[in-house]
Design a protein. Structure first.
Length: 278
């Protein structure tokens, strides 16, 4: 082998080793306090965004893909014990589109703007957090209602696949209000944990982590207020549930559960472990 070729390969190996060492050092430098600061910075950015930006990024059409894709798989697969292990892969699709597309999802905001509020509490920041929550939640609900109207009345889904969507939605609507609240807590905690982990994950791993966490929310039958609202609006438009029951029997209990899981439990724990360092 020519000496110059050996020299080039040796230089390349040395360069790769150096790059690998730097990558390990960078990973080691990502402390809990730095993650907290990164998410807090993102939260401050969201708090400062104008109404129109928050509204249009929060219109929840994309999250309804979770119900659509899960419904399609439900319609096409046999009704067996193992079917949910496959159909809930569809549940991850809407979350993947929303999070990777940097759209607004209310349950992400149960932790992102809360971290700066916990670190620097003030009436002004509390008001801006309430404003952010109100805008994003209203936008999410509006988008879910539009998606439900399109699925039920616009004929955009073939009958067989639509039967699966309706079946999935009916199952969600049958859950008792107290169960929605209790089952909403793990869902809120898991989405908050996902938000906490993403700054430390390389871009190639984001897709896998989003799919894994949201797949487990679907597989566990936990209540997610935004995705679940699409299901409730579908059965409401079909005349099987009245608006009062949809809102007070499903949406609001799941909302409270998600907030408890994401804000009261996860965000408080995250702040507690770094408050001395920041």
């Amino acid at each position: 082998m020519p000496a110059d070729t050996q020299s080039q390969r040796g230089a390349y190996a040395t360069q790769q080793t150096a790059q690998g060492s730097r990558a390990l050092e960078d990973l080691a430098d990502v402390t809990t306090a730095l993650i907290y600061r990164a998410i807090s910075r993102s939260g401050r950015h969201e708090l400062a965004r104008p109404f129109s930006a928050l509204w249009w990024s929060g219109v929840g059409l994309a999250i309804s893909l979770s119900i659509l894709c899960k419904g399609i798989l439900t319609a096409l697969l046999p009704d067996t014990a193992w079917a949910p292990a496959v159909t809930n892969l569809g549940y991850s699709v809407g979350f993947l589109v929303v999070i990777m597309g940097r759209m607004q999802l209310f349950t992400e905001n149960t932790v992102t703007p809360i971290l700066p509020l916990l670190a620097y509490p003030s009436i002004s920041r509390l008001g801006r957090t309430a404003r952010l929550w109100a805008i994003v939640f209203a936008a999410n609900m509006t988008g879910c209602l539009i998606a439900a109207i399109l699925m039920v009345h616009a004929g955009i889904i073939p009958p067989l696949q639509m039967s699966g969507v309706v079946s999935v939605s009916r199952h969600y609507a049958e859950v008792a209000p107290l169960d929605h609240l209790l089952w909403g807590m793990p869902a809120g905690f898991m989405i908050a944990a996902l938000v906490w982990m993403l700054p430390r994950i390389e871009s190639a791993g984001e897709v896998l982590m989003i799919m894994l966490v949201t797949y487990m929310i679907g597989l566990g039958g936990f209540s997610h207020v935004v995705a679940g609202s699409t299901e409730l609006f579908i059965v409401m438009l079909l005349g099987e549930v009245d608006p009062f029951r949809a809102v007070f029997g499903g949406i609001l209990p799941a909302l409270v559960g998600n907030v408890i899981g994401g804000t009261v439990i996860f965000a408080a724990l995250a702040y507690a472990q770094v408050r001395e360092e920041i």
